[in-house]
Design a protein around this ligand. Sequence first.
Ligand code: GLP
Length: 265
Amino acid sequence: MEVVICPNAAEVGRVAARKVAAVCRAAGPHAVLGVATGSSPLATYAELAKLVAAGELDLSQAHAFALDEYVGLPEGHPQSYAEVIRTTVTEPLGMKPSQVHVPAGHAADIDAAAAEYEQLIHAVGGVDVQILGVGSNGHIGFNEPVSSLASRTRIKTLTARTRADNARFFSSLDEVPHHCLTQGLGTIMDARQVVLVAQGKWKAAAVAALVEGPIAAMVPGSVLQLHRFATIVVDADAASELTMSDYYRTAFEHKPDWQHFDRMN
Ligand code: GLP
């Protein structure tokens, strides 16, 4: 696990975007991107969009797979993740809508939709780089505490804490669905690289547990400790409860030049 501590939230987006762009370029025109919703990756998407606009990154033939979707929202609901991904990823990154996929949370047969989603990811060769945020309770995707560390795409019930955290996107808590369709932790672990971003003090405890705590289903994101290529990009506030910050900073500063994914052009 590589931990990169950035001075501020804007820098988190810049560094994460450069890492993602480097993996996409190496993977070629048909790169497969894993995308998360929530506020954490928005700066990363904005930086990726700048690279696309500058002609430094071409995602026009790339594929993308969202991590999750609410169950119970009508198709086209502005807070459905299908809509959020369309406006924050597909359009600004110049991707083909037909190649950007979101789990079908509105499907009549949720189990079948989950199995189809897994097959679709497999059919394009798997995810090259998965962008992740982390919930304040340590969830990744919508894999709430005590999710199986081997789980695949399936329906989950949201915790009260996650519904409360996400109520800011809706007009009231009552409007936040109770269920979601989410890639499992096993699905996420199949991505060849993962880049997790977190900003702010309210994520500090989750980041510390995920990076330095024991691997435990109570902190679903801690499964990333078993991933061979996981990069955790955080601002100083989100890093504030890490005990090894000095080491992470030193390691990043002393990276051999050839390893520096954030030095481009
Ligand atoms: C959301 C999403 C996750 C996201 C997390 C954190 O509910 N399902 O993919 O990473 O919770 O959200 P935010 O980035 O808004 O804090």
